[in-house]
Design a protein around this ligand. Structure first.
Ligand code: DAH
Length: 340
């Protein structure tokens, strides 16, 4: 019997199979109830005790060997099945969809990059603000309509705690803590209680700019904004400043650029005027400087504020504001090329 076991071990060690059926046939031959090994087990039971001692271990080894060998043959076949014989392993992988930057982020970064070339750095402030930083320090009269419930989201009915309605609040925070020269850009999200439509949203994004130093003039403001407009919309872009009113600037202006669609000739986009409005600006009102602890007899400053959605709309002709917050990939994927 020892001899028989030895021969079987050699036989099993060299087993091969090319299909699942062949493996199954081997399993039946060696490992099934009526298989070779079970037969040997039955013979083993008939042996006298002293022979049992001799044969037991080799017989167990044989069984383990058969089980392992047949399992290994089975596994090798399934692994081979998974491998498509037509697979071209030298082919490059399918392109990975990497996602795209949001158009508002792209435009925000571009605005920051343009003004950083003029020495502006980025400043931040909280979105949950108090009345002082959003309104009072900026010279809004106590009964100014912008404080109204209809515009401003108040928190917990507390008239002092609110969601900022503009990033001008960051001007105040910076001036309270820094000494001139100050040259900052404050990008961020702002909130207004408006019904959501294609042209209005309850939150949107602004970039505020502030420059305070000795002898800052309106000419500096105009030249900085011309530089911005031409960097953003192309070297042929013209600017136009119209007198306007903001509580925190005096004088105040609104800036138009020559329509970047028709080049100023007039089209439906610019309502046939040749101009489109892009931002508000002005010289910082001396009362604002003083409220923030900056001596208005020594320093002057200019400020400007623009909507990032507005600039993005002009640059990429996005007509509906809601697209910016819907996360529709069909919209977002169109800005892939804008990364270059
Ligand atoms: N804060 C203004 C708004 O939300 C925009 C603005 C206008 C900012 C004129 C300024 C400015 O700094 O000088 O409509």
């Amino acid at each position: 019997m020892i001899e028989q076991i030895k021969n079987l071990k050699a036989e099993i060690a060299s087993l091969q199979a090319t299909s699942a059926d062949e493996v199954e046939a081997l399993r039946i031959k060696y490992l099934s109830k009526k298989g070779v090994i079970n037969q040997l087990m039955a013979d083993f039971r008939q042996l006298p005790p002293e022979q049992k001692r001799e044969v037991g271990a080799p017989l167990n080894e044989l069984k383990t060997l058969a089980t392992d060998t047949i399992n290994a043959l089975k596994e090798a076949l399934t692994a081979a099945d998974d491998m498509d014989p037509n697979l071209d392993l030298s082919r490059s992988v399918a392109p990975l969809p990497l996602g795209t930057r949001h158009p508002l982020s792209l435009v925000r970064e571009e605005i920051i990059s343009i003004f950083s070339r003029l020495g502006f750095t980025v400043a931040e402030g909280p979105e949950i603000e108090d009345d002082w930083h959003v309104f009072s320090a900026l010279n809004f009269a106590p009964d100014h309509p912008a404080r109204d419930m209809q515009d401003t989201f108040f928190i917990m009915r507390d008239p002092d705690i609110l969601l900022r309605t503009h990033t001008s609040s960051v001007q105040v925070r910076v001036m309270e803590h820094a000494k001139p020269p100050i040259r900052i850009l404050a990008p961020g999200r702002v909130y207004r209680n408006e019904a959501i439509s294609a042209r209005a949203h309850c939150f949107f994004h602004q970039v505020e700019g502030l420059y305070v130093d000795r002898n800052v003039s309106f000419a500096d403001l105009k030249q900085s904004l011309l530089y911005f407009a031409q960097e953003m919309f192309g070297p042929d872009t013209k600017i136009r400043l119209r007198p306007s009113y903001f509580p925190f600037t005096e004088p105040s202006a609104e800036m138009d650029i020559s329509c970047n669609l028709c080049g100023g000739k007039g089209c439906s986009f610019c309502k046939h005027t040749g101009w489109v409005e892009i931002l508000g600006c002005g010289m910082v009102d001396p009362a604002v400087l003083d409220a923030c602890g900056i001596d208005s007899r020594q320093y002057t400053g200019f400020a400007f504020g623009m909507g990032i959605e507005r600039i993005t709309n002009l640059k990429y002709q996005v007509k509906d504001l809601r697209l910016f917050s819907e996360n529709d990939r069909r919209f977002l994927e169109q800005f892939q090329a804008a990364h270059l």
